[in-house]
Structures are given as C-alpha cells and as structure tokens.
Design a protein around this ligand. Structure first.
Ligand code: NDP
Length: 282
C-alpha cells in the first residue's frame, strides 16, 4: 500500500481563508479579533514562532499586539502585563510564547491568563474542561491533529489509536480528544515496555516524541493512518519522528514533515482567537 498524503499546508490554508472571511463579517459588526503575543527574552526559535503568529494575524485581518520583555524580566512584571491584557477589551486571545526564562514559572503564568482568553488551551480550567468533555479552548497542535485525522474521512470510533508521547501540549490532549471520538486509546512514553508491540496495533498512530525517524516502518500496521508531529532539525533539513519513506509504503494515510501538522498549529490559533471574538457578538 502507498499512503495518501494528508496535506496540512493545504488544509491549514483553507482554514486561514475561512477565518479571514469570517473576520470581514465580524469587523462589519464592529469587532476586530485581537491576539496579544508575549515574548520574553530573545530565544531565536521563539522569535521565529512569534513572527509567524504575527504574520498569520495580520493576514487574517486581526489586530496583533506584540509585547516584548527582556530576558531579565521578573515574574511580577510578566504577571502585571497579563493582568493588563486580561482587562483589555481589544484583546480576545493571549499567548505567552514558551519557553520562559528560568526565573519565571510557566505554570503560574499560564494560570494567570483569563481562561476565556487562553487561545493556546493550556490553562488548567481549559485542560480540566477537556478532561470532562466540556466545551473548551482547545490546544492548537492537538486540535490541528484532529482536523487532519477527520480530513481523511476515516471513522475514529472503535479504532485502536496509539499516541507515542505524553506531553501536556501534544500527547495528553490528543489522547483525550481521540477518546472523546470513541477511539480505544493507548499512550506510550519513555517507560513503555514493548513500545513496538503497541505501535504495531495502531489503526491511528500519532508520533510526538521529538526523535528523528524513531518510528520505523516495521512498527507501522498495514493501512494505518499516521500523524507525525515531530519536528527534528538535522543537517539534511527538517525530519519527523516517523521514517516517512518506508512508512508510506504501509500506511493508508500519512502526514509529511514539513507540511503536515506544523502549518495547522497557527491556523488553529487564529480559529481559537476568532471563536473568542465571536462570543462578543450580541
Ligand atoms: P516532549 O519532549 O515534551 O515529550 C516527548 C514525549 O516523548 C515524552 O512523553 C517522552 O516520554 C516521549 N519519549 C521520549 N523518548 C521516548 C522513547 N525513547 N520511547 C518512547 N517515548 C519517548 O515533546 P513535545 O510533546 O513537546 O513535542 C514532541 C515533538 O513534536 C517534538 O519534535 C516537537 O518539536 C514537536 N512539536 C510540533 C508541533 C507542531 O508541529 N506545531 C507543536 C509541538 C511539538 P516521557 O514522558 O516518559 O519522558
């Protein structure tokens, strides 16, 4: 079997175009969706991510508010900024770019964002709502992964879904979202025994490990849908957590790296911000 490609770039572009169309309508009602992005310090990768988010906002017709604090900023200073953004009516979404410098506790910061403005979906209230199956601001990368899975048209209910990786930003929320779709979910991590055995049973496989080509073709079940979240920078360029070429010969659907999950994250961030702004329409 040669896998069909799940084209995240194309799907993300369609979502962005739809967000842009809805933004035009919202602006006619006097509401401009606004996203505040907070960058602390000058981590090069963070700067790139923040730049992409700002560009995405402007393309969608949003107001973009970039707040840069020096790497020496204190937790108190950052909390004061968040407090100000929480109360700012022009700001519908607040995103604090991680990682933060060591003097600042990320959990304290994420918990200080108003849950309604938490467009990254990392606030404990939104995480809790996700666990309880209640409507929540959902974390962007997992939400994007679910969109990619749904784009294949393959029913998820009853399928064996295996997620490799249990981080709060990818693995755990994806597990909850797949469970909400009635998949039978297994979450693997660094202490998992017989990881290959678990992965081989996966009808739906989500790899979020951060190790280049960690999932080899012999671990992929014939006909599986494979979502590769990994972004690994090698001299040859970006590669995923899945050995793409050989795995494509066994999977029915697969995401490439780059051009799979990556482009979905910002599209979902824009969608989450738009959703928050739309709630203000009387
Ligand atoms: P983390 O480092 O937070 O988590 C990695 C997970 O992989 C952990 O749960 C860890 O297990 C598990 N793991 C590590 N080594 C092994 C192993 N040998 N066997 C089994 N499990 C293992 O990473 P993230 O979840 O933040 O990110 C994962 C990947 O996804 C990265 O490449 C990252 O760059 C990418 N990513 C891409 C995004 C996008 O496309 N927009 C967004 C976010 C992430 P344990 O918990 O036991 O340590």
């Amino acid at each position: 079997m040669t896998a069909k490609i799940i084209d995240g770039k194309k799907i993300a572009a369609e979502i962005r175009a739809s967000v842009k169309r809805e933004t035009v309508l919202l602006k006619e009602k006097g509401i401009t969706p606004g996203l505040a992005v907070v960058l602390v310090g000058d981590d090069p990768a963070s700067k790139v991510y923040v730049g992409q988010k700002e560009k995405g906002c402007l393309e969608a017709g949003f107001a973009s508010f970039l707040h840069k604090l020096p790497g020496t900023a204190t937790q108190k200073e950052l909390l004061a900024l968040i407090d100000q953004l929480n109360g700012d009516g022009a700001v519908h979404g607040i995103l604090v770019q991680l990682p933060l410098p060591p003097q600042i506790d990320p959990d304290t910061i994420l918990a200080a964002i108003k849950p309604e403005k938490d467009v990254d979906g990392f606030h404990p209230v939104n995480m809790g709502r996700l666990v309880a199956g209640l409507p929540a601001s959902e974390p962007c990368t997992p939400k994007g992964i679910m969109r990619l899975l749904k784009s294949t048209g393959i029913p998820l209910a009853g399928k064996n879904a295996v997620i490799v990786g249990r981080s709060n930003i990818v693995g755990k929320p994806v597990a909850l979202m797949l469970l909400a779709e009635s998949a039978t979910v297994t979450v693997c991590h660094s202490k998992t025994e017989d990881l290959a055995g678990h992965v081989r049973r996966a009808d739906i496989l989500v790899a979020a490990v951060g190790r280049p080509r960690f999932i080899t073709a012999d671990m992929v079940k014939e006909g599986a849908v494979v979502i590769d979240v990994g972004i690994n920078r090698l001299d040859e360029g970006l590669v995923g957590d899945v050995d793409f070429g050989p795995a494509s010969e066994k999977a029915s659907w697969i995401t490439p790296v780059p051009g799979g999950v990556g482009p979905m994250t910002i599209a979902m961030l824009l969608e989450n911000t738009l959703e928050q702004a739309k709630k203000l329409v009387k």
